[in-house]
Design a protein around this ligand. Structure first.
Ligand SMILES: Cc1cc2nc3c(=O)[nH]c(=O)nc-3n(C[C@H](O)[C@H](O)[C@H](O)COP(=O)(O)OP(=O)(O)OC[C@H]3O[C@@H](n4cnc5c(N)ncnc54)[C@H](O)[C@@H]3O)c2cc1C
Length: 424
């Protein structure tokens, strides 16, 4: 039987009729061609995707960053330590206005809470080899000891590290940064009065948050004393008799119970007085009365009553000449830099602020360093994001990540920080 199957030429004319076998053969060849076509296309796509993945992996593995730190205070040097732990960071440059010996000689005491101790341990800080004092999970040491320790261990990491001590970062030095090849991250840790981030294009504007707490601070410095770390001491539920200063109209009408905190090393002792915001007569009096002696006497009496037993009392005349103190109660406020991250595409440069350059209280809690260290908990993931960010979207994602973390730190500090550092 002849099976009607026609093969047409381009004009539509029948040129040939085929047998069943011929048709089967044609179909077989056709399906083979289709399979070969699919195999070739699939292989090409697989090779393309495979090489793209491999190239991306190589590029990601090789992506590197130069970190520039401005300020060698506790936060600047801790940022340096975190940076050298990041495999992405190939080069680290540090600028510090003061000489290395002046940095290492800084005398004030820092108190690291246990959470921050654990965090720093994870970056290799060996607290067993740091001179200091442990008390209720906190580590107390002279800040210079901590700074010297970090300066000493940084070169142990196999990175290219350059530390410029005695070099103030100023506008003229912008070119030095711009001229560094590749992607760069500048971490401005130049303290609450620092100008570095402004020089690099971030706004100076700050938001001022009220903490809901009133406070006053005092400092007694005795230069004949040695610098021995001391644990803090908190005294709760204090009330003061101000009848010697103010009329009976100012007698207490509210439940204003003060907390007093004594801290600092044996040479420089600080007192921080705090009370939850309220409108009691005593708080109103301590906020408004112009007679400075009232606050001086409160601090003098507090010191002599609550000082450590191995400390000598301070006399009226010593207090008059040597005690520095806030003349009245004021509202404790947190100042937060509004723009704390930025990216300058022309020179592929990220800028962030950390520590007191980013947020600071108008008060000394004796534990302020912890707030700065908390801010650094997002530094390592941020460095990873910044190094790998390629598109506008991923650059934005990195900036938003850091910004949100900074917001969170401020929110939490206002909610819990001062209570934890002062009132509880
Ligand atoms: C008197 C005093 C007492 C303190 N007491 C306590 C305490 O009891 N407990 C506690 O936990 N913390 C205490 N602190 C710590 C403090 O409150 C902060 O936590 C800490 O100093 C913040 O660190 P930082 O690195 O952000 O800033 P800073 O320590 O202010 O460091 C900023 C660094 O930047 C440098 N710098 C500034 N501008 C430039 C520039 N343009 N170029 C190069 N370098 C620059 C400065 O020289 C400085 O070294 C005390 C601080 C002081 C000053």
């Amino acid at each position: 039987m002849h099976l009607g199957f026609y093969i047409n030429n381009s004009l539509g004319e029948v040129t040939k009729t085929c047998t069943e076998d011929e048709i089967a053969k044609i179909l077989q060849i056709h399906s083979m061609n289709i399979s070969i076509y699919f195999v070739i296309t699939f292989s090409a796509v697989a090779v393309f995707l495979g090489s793209k993945i491999i190239l991306n992996k190589i590029r990601r593995n090789n992506a590197q960053l130069t970190v520039i730190i401005i300020g060698a205070g506790p936060i600047g040097l801790t940022s340096a330590l975190i940076s050298v732990h990041c495999k992405r960071v190939k080069k680290l440059v540090l600028y510090e206005e003061q000489s290395k010996s002046n940095v290492e000689k800084r005398t004030y005491q820092i108190a690291l809470k246990s959470a921050q101790v654990s965090f720093l341990r994870s970056y290799g800080v060996d607290f067993d080899n740091l001179e200091g004092l442990w008390h209720e999970g906190c580590f107390y040491t002279r800040v210079g000891i901590y700074l010297e320790y970090i300066i000493h261990i940084l070169p142990l990491y196999s990175k290219e590290i350059t530390m410029h001590f005695g070099t103030k970062f100023a506008r003229e030095m912008r070119d030095d940064i711009d001229n560094i090849q590749g992607r760069k991250l500048v971490i401005c840790c130049d303290g609450s009065t620092g100008l570095a981030s402004h020089t690099l294009g971030l706004s100076d504007e700050c938001v001022i948050h009220s903490s809901g707490i009133f406070g006053a601070v005092a400092a007694v410095e005795r230069n004949n004393e040695t610098l021995v770390p001391r644990p803090e001491k908190r005294i709760h539920n204090l009330s003061f008799d101000l009848s010697a200063y103010i009329s009976s109209a100012f007698e207490e009408n509210g439940n204003s119970k003060f907390t007093l905190k004594l801290f600092g090393n044996s040479r420089c002792r600080y007192m921080a007085l705090a009370v939850n915001k309220c409108d009691s007569n005593i708080v109103r009096a301590l906020k408004t009365v112009l007679d400075k002696s009232m606050m001086r006497n409160i601090f003098l009496k507090c010191y002599n009553i609550y000082k450590r037993s191995d400390e000598t009392c301070i006399s009226d005349s010593y207090c008059l000449n040597n005690m520095k103190f806030s003349p009245r109660l004021y509202e404790i406020k947190l100042s937060q830099r509004m723009e704390n991250v930025g990216y300058i595409s022309d020179c592929d440069l990220f800028v962030i602020t950390e520590g007191e350059a980013s947020r600071s209280y108008n008060y000394n809690t004796g534990m302020d360093i912890n707030l700065g260290v908390k801010g650094l908990s997002s530094l390592q993931p941020f460095i990873e994001m910044v190094t790998l960010a390629e598109t506008e979207h991923s650059i934005m994602q990195a900036l938003v990540f850091k910004m949100e973390h900074s917001e969170k730190i401020c929110r939490e500090s206002l909610k819990y920080g001062l209570k934890e550092y002062l009132l509880l």
